[in-house]
Design a protein around this ligand. Structure first.
Ligand SMILES: Nc1ncnc2c1ncn2[C@@H]1O[C@H](COP(=O)(O)OP(=O)(O)OP(=O)(O)O)[C@@H](O)[C@H]1O
Ligand SMILES: [Mg+2]
Length: 306
C-alpha cells in the first residue's frame, strides 16, 4: 500500500470563471496529522470536497487510499470520518438521535466511546437540534466523527464555534487519534491550534499551495524576535542587514527589541558582545508570525522548505 493516504497533484477546480484551485499539490502520509492552513476563500473546503468525491476536479490527480475519490467514493467513504465546516442538522431530531443516525449512515454503532465523548464535550444529547447553538451543532458532528473507528479523519475548521475548553478537548482527542496511528487532515486558520497537534503543515493561498513542511522546516524560514539589554549604548544595528523593527526601549539606548534573520544572528551577537550584554532573550517565531509574513503584501515571495 502507498505510504500516503492522500495524494494531490496539480489539482485544479473552477467555479464558472472563479479559479478556486489553481495548483494544489501535497500529500498526507499514513499516520500523520497534517494542518491545512489558509485564510477565508483560499480553497480549503473545495480541496476537502474533492477528496471526498463531492466535487469533480477540472485538472490534476487526486487519490485517497490510492483510489480516485470522484469514481470510487463509495469504496473510500467507509474508511473516512468527516466533519464539514458548516454543520446542518435535522431540526426535529435530538442531538443524540442525530449522532446515532450519522454513525449508522457510516455503518457504525453508538459505543462507550460515544458516551465518553458526550461527557468530555459536556454535550446534552436530549435537546432538539433546532435549539442548539453553533458550538453545539459542531459538537454533534465532532462526536459522531470522533467515535467512528476510521482510518482517515478530515476536519474542516472544526473548532470555529467551540469555546476554549472544548477546543482543548478537541485537541486532546486528535492527539489520541495520532497515538493510535490514524491519519488526520485538519483545516484551520488558527495557527496555534495547528502547532499543537500537527506533524506537518500545508499553507494554501488563493488556490495555490505556497508552503509545506514540518514545523521545524517552516520555522527556519521566519525571523527570531530578540530582546536585549547592554551596558553601553547600542549603535550600528540599524545598518545591519537582516535586522528589522529595531526599537529602543529606554532613553540611553541600552535596551532594544528587534527581529533578525537566522543567518545574520552571529554577526549581530558579535556586534552586541563588546557592548556588554546584560540580558538577551530570543523567541522563535510562532506560526502566527509566519502566517502574517505570508499573507502580508511583501510575503508574496515564494519559499521552498528544506
Ligand atoms: N459552490 C461554489 N460555487 C462558486 N464558487 C465557489 C463555490 N464554492 C467555493 N467557491 C469559491 O471558491 C473559492 C474557495 O472557497 P473555499 O470554500 O474552498 O475556501 P475556504 O478556504 O474553505 O474558505 P473558508 O475559510 O472561508 O471556509 C472562493 O473564492 C469561493 O468563493
Ligand atoms: Mg471552508
Amino acid at each position: 500500500m502507498s505510504t500516503n493516504v492522500i495524494e494531490l497533484n496539480h489539482v485544479q477546480k473552477n467555479f464558472g470563471r472563479t479559479q478556486a484551485l489553481k495548483n494544489v499539490t501535497f500529500n498526507v502520509p499514513t499516520g500523520e496529522v497534517v494542518g491545512f492552513l489558509g485564510p477565508n476563500g483560499a480553497g480549503k473546503s473545495t480541496t476537502i470536497r474533492i477528496l471526498l468525491g463531492m466535487l469533480k476536479r477540472n485538472g490534476g490527480e487526486a487519490t485517497v487510499f490510492g483510489q480516485d475519490p470522484w469514481h470510487n467514493d463509495l469504496q473510500i467513504h467507509p474508511r473516512i470520518a468527516y466533519v464539514p465546516g458548516d454543520v446542518y442538522l435535522w431540526p426535529n431530531l435530538t442531538g443524540g438521535e442525530i449522532v446515532d443516525l450519522l454513525l449508522r449512515l457510516n455503518g457504525q454503532n453508538h459505543t462507550a466511546k460515544t458516551d465518553e465523548l458526550m461527557k468530555v464535550f459536556e454535550f446534552d444529547p436530549k435537546k432538539k437540534a433546532r435549539a442548539y447553538s453553533k458550538g453545539n451543532r459542531q459538537k454533534v458532528a465532532l462526536i459522531a466523527a470522533l467515535s467512528q473507528d476510521a482510518e482517515l479523519y478530515i476536519f474542516d475548521e472544526p473548532t470555529s464555534g467551540l469555546d476554549p475548553l472544548n477546543e482543548l478537548t478537541f485537541q486532546q482527542e486528535v492527539l489520541k487519534l495520532k497515538e493510535a496511528g490514524k491519519t488526520v487532515l485538519l483545516s484551520s486558520h488558527i495557527l496555534s491550534e495547528v502547532e499543537k497537534m500537527c506533524d506537518a503543515i500545508v499553507i494554501i493561498r488563493e488556490g495555490e499551495i505556497i508552503e509545506q513542511g514540518n514545523l521545524d522546516q517552516m520555522r527556519h524560514l521566519s525571523r527570531l524576535r530578540v530582546q536585549v539589554e547592554t551596558d553601553a549604548a547600542i549603535t550600528g544595528l540599524d545598518k545591519q542587514s537582516g535586522v528589522y523593527d529595531l526599537k529602543f526601549t529606554n532613553h540611553d539606548q541600552t535596551a532594544a527589541t528587534f527581529a533578525v534573520d537566522h543567518d545574520v544572528l552571529g554577526q549581530v551577537m558579535a556586534a552586541l558582545t563588546p557592548l556588554g550584554i546584560k540580558d538577551f532573550q530570543s523567541t522563535p517565531p510562532t506560526l502566527e508570525d509566519l502566517f502574517l509574513h505570508y499573507y502580508s503584501d511583501k510575503g508574496a515571495t515564494q519559499h521552498v522548505a528544506q
